[in-house]
Design a protein around this ligand. Structure first.
Ligand SMILES: [Zn+2]
Length: 676
C-alpha cells in the first residue's frame, strides 16, 4: 500500500492520513533527499538549474508532506499524532542543520551567485543571499566538533519547544469548572452560558460546565459580575503549565524555559554572536539591540503616563483598588459608560458567514481578485471551509482552508499557516494554499435548528488580521518557494500585511459589507459604528504597556542570558513590570510559563516585531487614508511593492518604494490616540 503522504497530491489527503504513516513518510523523503543531494553535489559545474532549483523542489515536497501533519497536530491533536509528530521533529531538524552546515553546498551557492549573479532575476539573487547568510548562521564555517554540537542543540531545542507547547495545551484542556449556582453566572453573555449548559448536559451534570478556551476565558474576565468566578478563571489561566494554581507542578514549564534559554544562548555563541538576541536580529529588519531597545523605550515613554491615567479612571469608577482579574470587567463597564457600547451587544451584527463574505469583498475591491467557495474538497473536520482566489480572468491564483471555531484538542489563538507554497521551477508548478485558523465560538445547535456563530468586533478584527497574512501568502507572484509569500520575510516585517488589513475592519466604507443583523439583516447602524470607532483607542495606553511588557521581557531574557546566572526569568519580569506595567500582577501569576510565542513559536527575541510592524502597518494604511481606502492605484502599488514580492526583496526598500519614504511612528501614535 502506498503511503498517502508520499502520493502526488495537491491538497492534503486528510482522510487517508494515519499517524503511523507519518514517520515512515518523513524518513523516506529524507533518504531520497540525501541521495539526490549527493548526486547533485557531484556536478563540477554548480548552476542555478543544477543545484538551487532541485534543492528548492525537494524542500517544497518535504513541506507539502509535513504541513498537513503539523497542521493536524495543531487543530486535531491526538496522542498518536502527537507521538508521530514528535518523532519526526529531530529528523527534520537534523536534515535542516545538515543542509545549513554542508560546506560543499555552501560553496556551490557561492559560485552560483558569483557566476550567474549578473543574469539572475533580483528574486533569485535575494534567495541566494539569504541562503548564504543562513549557511553562516547554521555554522557552516565551524570545525566538525562544533558543527556536531550545533546540530545537537538544534535538535534538543526542537523537542523542548514542542514539549513546552504540549504542556500548555494539556494544562488548558485539563481544567474546567462546573457552576451550580445560577447567580454566579450574572453578566455572562447568553451564548456562553448556553454553551456551558450544553457541555454540562453532555456529561449528565446539572449546572454549567466551562472549559478554559479563549471564548470562555475572555467572557468571564470581561463580563462575570461574580468576582470569585473571575478570580478562579484568572488564576487557572495565568498559572497554566507552572508551579502554581489548580494543577500546580503537573505540566510545569519552569525548568524547560531555563533549558531553552541556555540552549539558545549556546547556539548563538557557537556561531559568533554575543547572545541570542543578536543572533535573532541577524535575520530581521531592526539592526541592533540598541535600536530595538530604543524603539521600545520610546513607546514606553509615550504610553506609560497615558496607561497610568487610564488605570486611575478604572479605579475611580470601581471605587476600590483593582486586582488583575477586575481590570477587564471594569474596563468593559467604563467602555459602556463612555461609548454606550458593549462588545457582546454587537455580536448579532456579525454572523460569521456575513463577516467572511464582506472581508472577501474588501480583498476583491482592493486587488481585483474574486474569492469563491469550493464545495468539493477533503475536510479534516466538518467546520472547515475552502475557498479559491481567482484572478480577473478567472485563472486560479491561490486557495485557502478556513477553520473558525474553538473545539477540544485544537490549539488556542488564531494563525495563518502554509499548506502549499507557490512554486514554478523546472517542471514543478504549484499555487499557494493557506490554512486560516481561529478559535471563535461555534455555531449553536438546538432543537430549533442551528444559529450561525456571532462574532464580537474584536474577533472580526482577528479574522482580518489572519486573512492579511493569508493574502501575503496567496497573492505572491514569486516562483521560488524560499522567498515566496511570507517565506524569507524578516520576522519584524511579517506582521505588516496582517496589521495593515485590520484597519479595514474599522472603516465606515467596510462595515456595511461585513455586518448584517442576524434577525433584521440591518448593517451596523452609523451611530453604533461611530461609538465603535471611538472605542478603538480606548485604553490604548494600557494595551500598549502590556505589549511592551511582553516585548521587553522577551528581548531582555534573550539579550541578558549568561551561563553563570541563567535566565533570571522572574527577576527580569519583575524589573520590566516595575518599568512599564500599571496593573499589579498577583504573586501566583506565571504568565511566562504559557508564553508560547517566545518559548515554542518563532517570536524568540522577536516579540517586539508586533509593535515594530504596527508602525509599518499604520503608516502604510495612511496612504490609503490619504487617497481613499479603495483607491485602486494605491492598492495596486501596495500589492506590487509589498504583497506580491514576499521575501524576495529587502523589507525596508519595499516599504520605501510603496510609501516614497522611510516609515514614521506618528501614524501609529495617532491611530492609538497616543499622539501628543
Ligand atoms: Zn499575525
Amino acid at each position: 500500500m502506498t503511503n498517502p503522504l508520499l502520493s502526488s497530491f495537491e491538497l492534503p489527503p486528510f482522510s487517508a492520513i494515519r499517524a503511523e504513516q507519518v514517520e515512515p513518510a518523513v524518513r523516506e523523503l529524507l533518504d531520497r533527499n540525501r541521495a539526490a543531494l549527493q548526486s547533485m553535489l557531484n556536478t563540477d559545474q554548480p548552476t542555478w538549474d543544477a543545484i538551487v532549483a532541485p534543492l528548492e523542489t525537494m524542500q517544497h515536497r518535504l513541506a507539502r508532506t509535513w504541513s498537513p501533519v503539523s497542521h493536524l497536530n495543531g487543530v486535531m491533536n491526538s496522542d498518536e499524532l502527537r507521538a508521530a509528530y514528535n518523532a519526526c521533529l529531530p529528523l527534520l531538524t537534523a536534515w535542516h542543520t545538515e543542509l545549513g552546515q554542508n560546506e560543499r553546498l555552501y560553496a556551490a551557492y557561492e559560485s552560483v551567485l558569483e557566476n550567474e549573479g549578473a543574469t539572475l532575476a533580483p528574486a533569485q539573487r535575494k534567495l541566494l543571499e539569504n541562503a548564504l547568510r543562513d549557511f553562516r548562521l547554521a555554522g557552516v564555517a565551524l570545525p566538525a566538533d562544533k558543527k556536531a554540537r550545533f546540530k545537537s542543540v538544534m535538535e534538543q531545542l526542537a523537542s523542548l519547544q514542542a514539549k513546552f507547547d504540549e504542556n500548555v495545551l494539556d494544562a488548558t484542556n485539563a481544567w474546567s469548572h462546573l457552576v451550580t449556582q445560577e447567580h454566579e453566572l450574572k453578566g455572562l453573555p447568553p451564548p456562553i452560558v448556553a454553551r456551558a449548559k450544553a457541555a454540562a448536559a453532555e456529561k449528565q451534570e446539572t449546572g454549567w460546565r466551562f472549559s478554559l478556551d479563549a471564548p470562555n476565558y475572555q467572557a468571564v474576565l470581561l463580563h462575570a459580575e461574580y468576582e470569585p468566578l473571575r478570580r478562579l478563571f484568572y488564576e487557572a489561566w495565568s498559572t497554566r503549565a507552572s508551579d502554581q494554581g489548580p494543577a500546580a507542578g503537573q505540566w510545569d514549564n519552569t525548568a524547560l524555559m531555563e533549558q531553552i534559554l541556555a540552549l539558545r544562548f549556546e547556539l548563538a555563541t557557537l556561531v559568533g554572536f554575543a547572545n541570542y538576541a543578536e543572533y535573532s536580529l541577524a535575520t530581521k529588519m531592526a539592526k541592533s539591540i540598541g535600536e530595538v531597545g530604543g524603539f521600545l523605550e520610546q513607546l514606553a515613554a509615550v504610553a506609560k503616563p497615558v496607561a497610568q491615567r487610564e488605570f486611575g479612571e478604572l479605579e475611580t469608577i470601581a471605587g476600590r483598588t483593582l486586582n488583575a482579574w477586575d481590570v477587564g470587567f471594569y474596563g468593559e463597564r467604563l467602555k459602556q459608560q463612555r461609548f454606550d457600547l458593549s462588545e457582546e451587544a454587537l455580536r448579532p451584527y456579525f454572523p460569521a458567514p456575513v463577516v467572511l463574505k464582506g472581508m472577501f469583498a474588501v480583498a476583491e475591491k482592493l486587488y481585483g481578485v474574486k474569492i469563491v467557495a469550493r464545495d468539493r474538497f477533503e475536510k479534516y473536520h466538518e467546520d472547515v471551509q475552502f475557498f479559491d482566489i481567482l484572478n480577473g480572468d478567472d485563472s486560479l491564483r491561490g486557495s485557502f482552508f478556513i477553520d473558525l471555531y474553538a473545539r477540544a484538542k485544537k490549539r488556542g489563538g488564531a494563525w495563518m499557516d502554509e499548506c502549499v507554497g507557490r512554486m514554478s521551477m523546472q517542471s514543478s508548478r504549484h499555487l499557494p494554499v493557506a490554512y486560516l485558523v481561529c478559535n471563535f465560538m461555534p455555531p449553536s445547535k438546538s432543537a430549533n435548528g442551528s444559529k450561525p456563530s456571532l462574532l464580537t468586533h474584536s474577533e472580526v478584527v482577528t479574522a482580518f488580521h489572519e486573512f492579511g497574512h493569508g493574502l501575503h501568502h496567496m497573492l505572491t507572484r514569486i516562483d521560488y518557494p524560499s522567498v515566496a509569500g511570507i517565506n524569507g520575510v524578516p520576522w519584524d516585517a511579517v506582521e505588516l500585511p496582517s496589521q495593515f488589513m485590520e484597519n479595514f475592519a474599522w472603516r465606515e466604507e467596510v462595515l456595511p459589507l461585513i455586518s448584517a443583523h442576524i434577525d433584521t439583516g440591518e448593517p451596523l447602524p452609523a451611530a453604533e459604528l461611530k461609538r465603535l470607532q471611538g472605542s478603538r483607542s480606548f485604553q490604548s495606553g494600557m494595551q500598549t504597556v502590556r505589549q511592551l511588557e511582553f516585548a521587553m521581557f522577551d528581548f531582555r531574557i534573550h539579550a541578558e542570558y549568561r551561563p553563570e546566572h541563567g535566565g533570571r526569568i522572574a527577576p527580569i519580569l519583575a524589573e520590566v513590570r516595575e518599568q512599564v506595567a500599571v496593573v499589579k500582577a498577583p504573586a501566583f501569576n506565571r504568565f511566562p510559563q504559557s508564553f508560547s510565542h517566545i518559548f515554542s513559536g518563532g517570536y524568540a527575541a522577536g516579540y517586539y516585531s508586533y509593535k515594530w510592524a504596527e508602525v509599518l502597518a499604520a503608516d502604510a494604511f495612511g496612504a490609503f487614508e490619504e487617497h481613499g481606502i479603495f483607491n485602486s492605484s494605491t492598492a495596486q502599488k501596495f500589492l506590487h511593492s509589498i504583497l506580491e514580492k514576499g521575501g524576495s526583496r529587502d523589507a525596508m526598500e519595499a516599504f520605501i518604494e510603496f510609501r516614497g519614504r522611510k516609515p514614521k511612528i506618528e501614524p501609529l501614535l495617532k491611530q492609538m490616540g497616543l499622539a501628543a
